[in-house]
Every structure is written in structure tokens, then in C-alpha cells.
Design a binder for this molecule. Structure first.
Ligand SMILES: Cc1cc2nc3c(=O)[nH]c(=O)nc-3n(C[C@H](O)[C@H](O)[C@H](O)COP(=O)(O)OP(=O)(O)OC[C@H]3O[C@@H](n4cnc5c(N)ncnc54)[C@H](O)[C@@H]3O)c2cc1C
Length: 406
């Protein structure tokens, strides 16, 4: 049998595309070690980014604003709705739409082109033939070749869902970043991390110590220690850990992958925002565009390379690649900052008119939006930050900057 599409991977990227393709009437086969496993990560996003996914049913909690603590006395309130995704509702929705999708419990190890088709070869010896193979196997994809570029930085986070008698976020406010020092150590000063807090109820809260971006990565052990220290400082000394979360996300690094025979989507396509580590909103927004492109190419009987090219153009438009390069420059700058520099950067950043920081943080912002926001930061910055930006533009990040400007 020849499928229209084989989708490798059953995370949010794989399911969003597979379900869209099935609704269009295409024959789809999904391959993953366990395609029906629930999405396990704690996914948060800015609700205004996701259009059709903005209604409350898709969230376990929604906060009307989030706080950013830059110091003991400087708290910024970002008036932008933020939600924690209801993973179960999202997955049930996708699976409901994807009835008829063939599920195979296996791993795709290689994809080869045979004639006008592609064959996905699996660990268990299956050869699955299709008009197109979509790689949604996440950030560690082995099926995609990456463009040359610097090593990525890493967002690393260590978190707990806690059940505690009470917590200090009394009004239930979410905290996007709390940069107040977790302890007096030199490491905390040199290698920044912040606390991320999503209070679900008056007794249940998700807390995560996060290193925004680092090369080499900050270790989980270090972040666990900082999280413990912080909770002590906040007076949280008793309670029950309901769930532990560890997070590694590659950020920045090489440009978006070049066009190649396997079409990547989600983490595999490096769609994660190079400066924030967010991606879900982007995946939910772009999936219908990819579905439409694949449907058109299958329906019109395009040749294999035209199918591939059309699909890649839907994953990454030329302008999105440009914007991504500018954001990679931003990632290189952030990677080299200690805690005071990062706080003074965010001081400038969140003092910009809302429109500019909204745009910079959005996955899928246009290159001109990103360029404008960067220019605004440069204009408002103090001299040390300006000097850092200029120096970086002649350093490793300069290549990305030029790729983004040309
Ligand atoms: C802990 C954590 C928290 C995050 N929080 C957020 C957040 O709050 N907001 C946000 O926007 N982003 C967040 N991200 C970033 C990003 O959105 C997630 O990494 C997201 O899960 C990526 O989706 P994906 O479908 O591309 O890959 P994944 O979710 O990683 O799914 C990959 C799938 O591919 C399967 N697979 C792997 N190898 C193979 C193979 N060879 N063959 C077949 N199948 C294979 C896996 O079993 C899995 O089903 C977070 C990431 C992590 C790690």
C-alpha cells in the first residue's frame, strides 16, 4: 500500500498535522514508539497568538496577566493572557479528528526516495511507502540534516507540580520570570536562571527553575538546588511533589533546516523560538498551512520534489527564515549574559511599547517586526548593552544577523 503521508512522531506537531491531513481525506500512517501516550510536558502560551485555539476549553488555567520580577523592588505586570494547555483535551481533539489514521508502534530510522515515492524504514523492519514523509520526531530528530552554524544553546528547566497547604502567589498570579537571586552563589550570578510559576489552585502550583539559554547548558542538579533554595526563601518548606519535569530545548544554533526529501515539522524543523524556547503556538498556527500544502500537492499529482518543496515552503516561508535568523542573533547575545546584564536587558525590553515586545516574543513574527523590536531595544539600551550588541554583531551572532537582514 502507498500512503499519502507517513508522519513520524506523535507529539503535538505530529498529531496536529496527521489529524488535519486525515480530515482532508488523505491516507495517513503515524509511526511512533507509543502514538497514544499523553503529551506530558507543561505547555504554556500567549493565548492571543493562537486564534482558533483561544477558547477556555483548551486550557487548564488562564491568567489575565503575568508578572516579571527583575529585582526585589522591580516587578513588571505584562497584561497579556497566558494559558496552560489542557494536554488531554488537545490530544483527544486531534485523535478524534484523526480516525482512520493508521497507527504503528515503531520508530522511523531512515527515509529513502524510491522513484516518485518515499519509503520510511523502521526499527522493526517495516517499509512504509508514501508520497511524503513528515518528520515530527522532536528536537532530537535523526532524520533531518541541519544547515551549518554555531552549536545551539540550551534551555534547561527543572520543575515540580506541588501540593502545598498555601503558597505566596495568593492572588493566583502567574510568574513568567522571577530573576530575584535564589542564593548568594557566584554560579547564580554568572549563569542566570529564573523561577517560572503557574499557580493552578490555592494549594496546587507548578514551579520551575529555568535557565533561559546557556552554552554549555546549566545542569539539572544546579537548577534543582536553586529551586530548593528559592522555595525555602519563599517560605515553602512542606508539601508533596506530584510531578517532576525536566526540560532540554535546543535554541538558536544553526539556521532553519534547508529543503530536503523529508519534511520536518515542530521541534524537528527547529520551529522553537530561538530566544524563548516556546513553540506550541507556532505549531498550532502553522499546521493548517502545512496540511493545505500537502493536500494540494497530493491532489494535483505533483512530482516528488515539487511536493517536498511546497511542503517545506509551508513550514518555513522565506520571511520566517529571515526572522528566525534575526532571533538567532538575539539568542547569541542572551547566551553570554550574566544575571545583572540579563535583568538590565529585560528592563529595557519590557519597557518598550507592548506591541514591540509582543512581536519579538511571537513565534511567526515577520522579519520587519523583529527588526523593529531589535532596533527599539538598541535605541533604549544603556551604553554597556549597546556595546554588547555591537560586539556580538561582529562575533558569532553576526552571521545570523546578516542572514536575517539580507
Ligand atoms: C519539558 C518541556 C516543556 C516545554 N514547555 C513548552 C511551553 O510551555 N510552551 C511552548 O510553546 N513550548 C514548550 N516546549 C517546547 C516544545 O513546544 C516542545 O518540545 C514540544 O513537545 C515539541 O513538540 P514536537 O511534537 O515537535 O516533539 P515532541 O513533543 O518531542 O514529540 C516527538 C514525538 O516523536 C516520537 N519519536 C521520537 N523519535 C522517533 C522516531 N525515530 N520515530 C518515530 N517517532 C519518534 C516521540 O516518541 C514523540 O511522540 C517545552 C519542551 C519541553 C521539553
Amino acid at each position: 500500500m502507498v500512503f499519502d503521508v507517513v508522519v513520524a512522531g506523535a507529539g503535538p506537531a505530529g498529531w496536529s498535522v496527521a489529524s488535519g491531513l486525515v480530515t482532508k481525506g488523505l491516507s495517513v500512517c503515524m509511526v511512533a514508539p507509543d502514538p497514544t501516550t499523553p503529551f506530558s510536558h507543561t505547555y504554556g502560551l500567549w493565548i492571543d497568538e493562537v486564534g482558533e485555539w483561544s477558547s477556555p476549553e483548551w486550557y487548564t488555567s488562564v491568567w489575565p496577566f503575568v508578572n516579571v520580577h527583575l529585582s526585589a523592588t522591580d516587578v513588571r505586570r505584562l497584561c497579556r493572557r497566558y494559558g496552560r494547555l489542557n494536554n488531554e483535551a488537545l490530544r483527544a481533539h486531534f485523535m478524534g479528528r484523526a480516525r482512520g489514521c493508521k497507527l504503528i508502534y515503531d520508530r522511523v530510522e531512515a527515509v529513502v526516495k524510491e522513484g516518485d515515492q518515499f519509503v520510511a524504514q523502521t526499527a522493526n523492519g517495516n517499509s512504509l511507502r508514501a508520497l511524503l514523509v513528515v518528520d515530527a520526531t522532536g528536537h532530537e530528530s535523526q532524520l533531518i540534516a541541519h544547515a551549518p552554524g554555531p552549536e545551539p544553546g540550551w534551555q534547561v528547566a527543572y520543575g515540580w507540580t506541588l501540593e502545598i497547604p498555601s503558597h505566596p502567589w495568593e492572588n493566583g498570579e502567574a510568574v513568567l520570570m522571577d530573576f530575584r537571586p535564589p542564593d548568594e552563589s557566584k554560579a547564580s550570578l554568572v549563569r542566570p536562571s529564573f523561577l517560572y510559576v503557574l499557580p493552578e489552585t490555592s494549594t496546587r502550583v507548578f514551579v520551575e527553575e529555568t535557565s533561559l539559554i546557556g552554552r554549555p547548558p546549566v545542569s539539572i542538579a544546579e537548577l534543582r538546588q536553586r529551586l530548593n533554595n528559592r522555595l525555602q526563601l519563599l517560605g515553602i518548606t512542606s508539601g508533596r511533589i506530584i510531578k517532576e519535569e525536566r526540560c532540554f530545548i535546543p535554541m538558536g544554533g544553526p539556521p532553519a533546516p534547508p529543503i530536503q526529501s523529508v519534511v520536518a515539522f515542530g521541534g524537528a524543523a527547529r520551529m522553537v523560538h530561538p530566544g524563548t524556547g516556546y513553540m506550541l503556538a507556532h505549531v498550532l498556527k502553522i499546521a493548517p498551512r502545512l496540511v493545505e500544502a500537502v493536500y494540494t500537492s497530493c491532489e494535483t499529482g505533483e512530482c516528488a520534489w515539487d511536493r517536498v518543496r511546497r511542503a517545506w515552503a509551508a513550514v518555513w516561508t522565506t520571511d520566517e527564515r529571515r526572522a528566525h535568523n534575526l532571533l538567532r542573533f538575539g539568542a547569541e547575545v542572551l547566551m553570554r549574559m550574566d544575571t545583572p546584564s540579563m535583568c538590565s536587558f529585560f528592563d529595557v525590553f519590557f519597557s518598550l511599547p507592548e506591541r514591540h515586545w509582543f512581536e519579538y516574543l511571537s513565534c511567526g513574527a515577520t522579519s520587519s517586526d523583529v527588526r523593529n523590536s531589535m532596533w527599539k531595544v538598541f535605541n533604549q539600551a544603556n551604553w554597556p548593552l549597546r556595546w554588547r550588541l555591537v560586539r556580538e554583531s561582529f562575533g558569532r551572532g553576526g552571521v545570523a544577523l546578516r542572514q536575517g537582514l539580507v
